[in-house]
Design a protein around this ligand. Structure first.
Ligand code: NAP
Length: 282
């Protein structure tokens, strides 16, 4: 079998076109959606992510603000900036790019963001809302994965078994809760899982969010399964690759996301969706 590709670039284009229409309508009503992106320090990967996010905002007609600060910025100074953005009516979403320099407490900064503007979905209130099934901003990466499942007609996963590999607060755990909300039976695996292959072999949907190459190989996948690769790693040639052995797994899976061009663009797209929703609530 050769798996069908879930094209994150093409799906992003569709979703972003819809966001652009909503942004134009909102702007015409006097509310231009606004996203503030805050970058502290000079992490080169963060600088690329932030640039891509600001560019995506411009393309859909949002107002975007990029605030760049030296790595020497103090925690108190950053908290003061977050407070000012919380109060700024032109800003509907605030994203503080992680990781922050070591002398700043990530958690404290994220918790300082107003839950009404927490478009990354990392605030404890957002995580809690997801947990209890209330309205709140969903973490962008798992939200993007759910959109990909929806795009292939798998919005409702009743009767399906989903296996998530990874249990981070920003990907694995919210992913598992979103799959559960879509009626899947969910298993969460991690570094303490005794027999990962035995778990993934049973799965109708596998989401790999580990950060290690070849965590999922063809022998670990049930024929016809949907495989979503969140991982972002570098191969021996320095090229971007995921957690999944793409060439092997695509011969077994029914659907597969590529890296690059899969979950990555969807993450930014869902940031736009969350910001749009925030502006519509304003
Ligand atoms: P993380 O916080 O490092 O979590 C990795 C998880 O993988 C942990 O739960 C860990 O288990 C588990 N793990 C490690 N080795 C394992 C193994 N051999 N078998 C099973 N599980 C194992 O990483 P993250 O922030 O969730 O990110 C995961 C990956 O996704 C990274 O490559 C990251 O760059 C990528 N990512 C991509 C996007 C995107 O937009 N495409 C967004 C976010 C993250 P323990 O909990 O037991 O340590």
């Amino acid at each position: 079998m050769t798996a069908q590709l879930i094209d994150g670039v093409a799906l992003s284009k569709q979703v972003r076109a819809d966001v652009a229409r909503r942004a134009a309508a909102s702007t015409a009503r006097g509310v231009k959606p606004g996203l503030a992106v805050v970058l502290v320090g000079d992490n080169p990967a963060s600088a690329v992510y932030v640039r891509n996010k600001v560019k995506a905002c411009e393309e859909v007609g949002f107002h975007s603000v990029l605030e760049k600060y030296e790595a020497t910025m103090t925690e108190a100074e950053l908290l003061a900036r977050v407070d000012a953005l919380n109060k700024d009516p032109a800003i509907h979403g605030i994203l503080v790019q992680l990781p922050l320099p070591k002398h700043i407490d990530d958690h404290k900064v994220i918790e300082a963001i107003s839950p009404a503007k927490d478009v990354d979905g990392f605030h404890v209130s957002s995580a809690g809302a997801l947990m209890v099934g209330e309205a709140g901003f969903k973490a962008c990466t798992p939200y993007g994965c759910m959109k990909m499942l929806e795009a292939i007609g798998m919005a409702d996963l009743r009767g399906k078994h989903a296996v998530v590999i990874g249990r981070s607060n920003i990907v694995g755990k919210p992913m598992a809760l979103m799959l559960l909300a879509a009626n899947a039976t969910v298993t969460i695996c991690h570094s303490g899982t005794a027999d990962l292959r035995a778990m993934t072999r049973q799965a109708d949907v596998v989401v790999a969010a580990v950060g290690k190459r070849n965590v999922l190989t063809a022998d670990m996948v049930k024929p016809g399964a949907v495989v979503i690769d969140v991982g972002m790693n570098r191969n021996d040639e320095g090229k971007l690759c995921g957690d999944v052995d793409f060439d092997g797994v695509k011969e077994v899976a029914g659907w597969i996301t590529p890296v690059p061009g899969g979950v990555g663009p969807m993450t930014i797209t869902m940031l736009l969706v969350n910001t749009m929703e925030s502006a519509e609530r304003a």
